[in-house]
Design a protein around this ligand. Structure first.
Ligand code: GAP
Length: 511
């Protein structure tokens, strides 16, 4: 049995960032001006990968289902929408500043603990949230005990986040940046929405917002879709689009950025108390199955069920699908049962009815909703993490050579195949290869490479995740019109009649 990703080593985030830059997947935005924190650009290969992820989602969630329709709403909407949704009043993160280093932290991602020796407090330690923060805090505590030459046994370090600190503790907790206490401010609420002005006058009445989620574009169009879309309960509206959040601490590459894309569905259901738990479970399973269908190993995905006491007042249940990223297990996809909160709010603020008449139940109501909400960029990062591999294969001279490869599922790989003439200075090989390349290019994104030894060309394609390399050689033109097809993951080669290549590849891509 082949080794699973969970058993093998995960790539470091640095390895992914470096590969993404080197091979043109993802760049820091505005790099020539020193970069811009929290913004990223997708290069030629990244743009293809991201588009393939979005296309696969749209295909599975909209085209292959009879109960979901698509939507494309604007990024800037009437500001009242954000009052109705609660974002103006409550889309906040707690922020804390270090007055000395000028560093800014999210208070719920800054952890601290008193350091106690035999029950007596000798100081405080603080760490930023990470998979290794407990060990880091324990090391700092041991160091503090050593420096102060205190005898006795260290008590267990019990980390709490800074929002849980008592007022008198603010002065005692050191800033992670300086290691010294006294420079952290008390936490204060910071609204994550980007404001802008609409129209020529910049005053309070022209204040508008870049949407922090695509979902509200769906809710404000609910009536339009019901009135025009021939939909009936249960049904969903799906949308892919940009969202913007002025994150206090954008980090971990494209995991948490200030401009990102979401793929969201609002799935409308009847208000019967027996309905939502069933639909909720179905959506959790559907979402997991889709992740597996694009090549994410099931064992890298887990469920995090939010405890009842942490849910918003209107929420009946939320489960996050978590993924094992290089920096720890973190949220990839949120599936939330939001009751009829959003539509009710829009009915109240717009004074337009959000009720529909359910023919099957013969009753009028505001539908309830289950919302699976997924970040495109987080999915791209998950796909890259799952695909990244290093192994050894023989080079042109038969000597083992280290290679880096991206084992993308063919359905989302930026290039579905690469076509090579064995030699670039043999016009008959080039012409034949060019013919196949042009034929395949009509259906897929295919790579053409004539430079360097064949082994080097394989290596280049392995590193960008091209699943198949097709070589036209002398047997093709002189003997039997067959080509060599080499598999990225196993490096095994087969020969196929050139006329069968397109059908063979279609089978590999679409299954
Ligand atoms: N409409 C619900 C909603 O927006 P959310 O949990 O705030 O819920 C949904 O976001 C998904 O959007 C997350 O699970 C994540 O995949 C993605 N996401 C959220 N904030 C993000 C950020 N700053 N950068 C990248 N992706 C983000």
């Amino acid at each position: 049995m082949s080794e699973t990703k969970a058993e093998s080593t995960l790539p470091t985030l640095d390895a992914l960032v470096t590969l993404c830059k080197r091979r043109g997947f993802i760049f820091q935005s505005s790099e020539i001006y020193g970069g811009y924190a929290g913004f990223f650009d997708y290069g030629p290969l990244g743009a293809e990968l991201k588009k393939n992820v979005k296309d696969a989602w749209w295909q599975a969630m909209v085209h292959e289902r009879d109960d979901i329709v698509g939507l494309d709403s604007t990024i800037i909407m009437h500001p009242e929408i954000w009052h109705a949704s609660g974002h103006v009043g409550g889309f906040n993160d707690p922020m804390v500043d270090c007055k000395e280093s000028k560093k800014r932290y999210r208070a719920d991602q800054l952890f601290f603990s008193p350091v106690k020796v035999d029950g007596k407090v000798i100081g405080y330690v603080s760490v930023e949230e990470s998979g290794t923060m407990q060990a880091e805090a324990e090391e700092k505590a041991a160091e503090m005990k050593r420096k102060q030459a205190v005898q006795g046994t260290l008590d267990a370090i019990e980390l709490k986040d800074y929002t849980e600190a008592a007022e008198e503790e603010y002065e005692l907790i050191p800033s992670p940046a300086t290691g010294k206490p006294g420079s952290l401010t008390p936490p204060r609420q910071f609204n994550l929405m980007f404001e802008t002005q609409v129209g020529p006058l910049a005053d309070a009445s022209s204040t508008s917002y870049l949407r922090p989620e695509t979902a509200q574009g769906i809710f404000q169009n609910f009536k339009n879709v019901v009135d025009t879309g021939r939909v009936k309960i249960p049904f969903g509206i799906a949308q892919i689009g940009k969202a913007f959040r002025n994150e206090i601490t954008p980090r971990n590459f494209i995991f948490r950025s200030r401009e990102f894309e979401q793929m969201e569905i609002e799935y409308f259901i009847d208000p019967d108390e027996a309905t939502w738990p069933r639909v909720y479970r179905e959506w959790i399973d559907t979402c997991k199955a889709w992740l597996v269908s694009i090549g994410i190993p099931e064992e890298m995905v887990s469920e995090d069920v939010h405890p009842q006491d942490k849910l918003s007042h209107y929420s009946k249940g939320t489960t996050d699908l978590m993924f094992t990223f290089p920096f720890g297990t973190q949220e990839l996809w949120g599936i939330a049962c939001r009751g009829n909160f959003d539509l009710t709010q829009h009915q109240k603020h717009s004074t337009k009815s959000m009720e529909l008449f359910d023919e099957a139940r013969k009753e009028k109501y505001i539908p309830h909703v289950v919302e699976p909400s997924l970040g495109v960029d987080r999915t791209v990062l998950a796909v890259l993490t799952a695909a990244y591999c290093e192994d050894e294969v023989p080079n042109d001279k038969g000597k083992p050579e280290k290679r880096t490869l991206l084992k993308f599922d063919p359905s989302i790989a930026p290039f579905k195949a690469a076509v090579f003439p064995l030699l670039k200075n043999k016009p008959e090989l080039v012409e034949k290869a060019r013919g196949l390349y042009k034929q395949l290019q009509r259906r897929w994104n295919v790579s053409w490479d004539v430079s360097g030894a064949i082994g080097r060309r394989y290596r280049r394609q392995d590193e960008i995740g091209t699943p198949y390399c097709i070589t036209i050689d002398f047997d093709t033109i002189e003997k039997d019109d067959t080509v060599t097809v080499r598999d990225r993951d196993t490096t095994e080669q087969i020969r196929l009649p050139i006329t069968e290549v397109e059908g063979w590849l279609a089978e590999k891509i679409y299954g």
